[in-house]
Design a binder for this molecule. Sequence first.
Ligand code: SF4
Length: 108
Amino acid sequence: MGPKSTDDTRRFADMVAAKQDWELNPDAEFTDSLVEGLTTNWNRYGYFLCPCRDSDGSRETDADLICPCAYSKADVEEHGHCYCALYLRRGFAASGGVPGGIPDRRFS
Ligand code: SF4
C-alpha cells in the first residue's frame, strides 16, 4: 500500500466517526495534529497506530492500538472521548464537555 496524505487520513477519520456515530474533536488544530500523527504512523508502520501511543514493534503486538483502537468504544462511552480525544461522543462538545486526560485502558 502506498503512502497516505493527511487528506486520506482525514477521510478515514471522518468515515470512522460516521460509522461509530462519533464526532471528530472540534478543536481543528488539535485534530489536525492527530491526523498528522496517524498519517506519519501509517507511512512508517503501514497501519494507523494510535498517534498517542508507542509501537510495541509489530502489527501483531500493536493490534489493539490500531485506530480506532480496541479501547475506543468503552472510552467514548465512559469518558466522552477516546484516549487521544480525536473522537468524541456525539454531542459531548456541544453540551460543554471538555476532553481531558484519561487513563490508558490498555494498562487497566
Ligand atoms: S485513542 Fe484509539 S480511537 Fe483515539 S486516536 Fe488513538 S487509536 Fe484512534
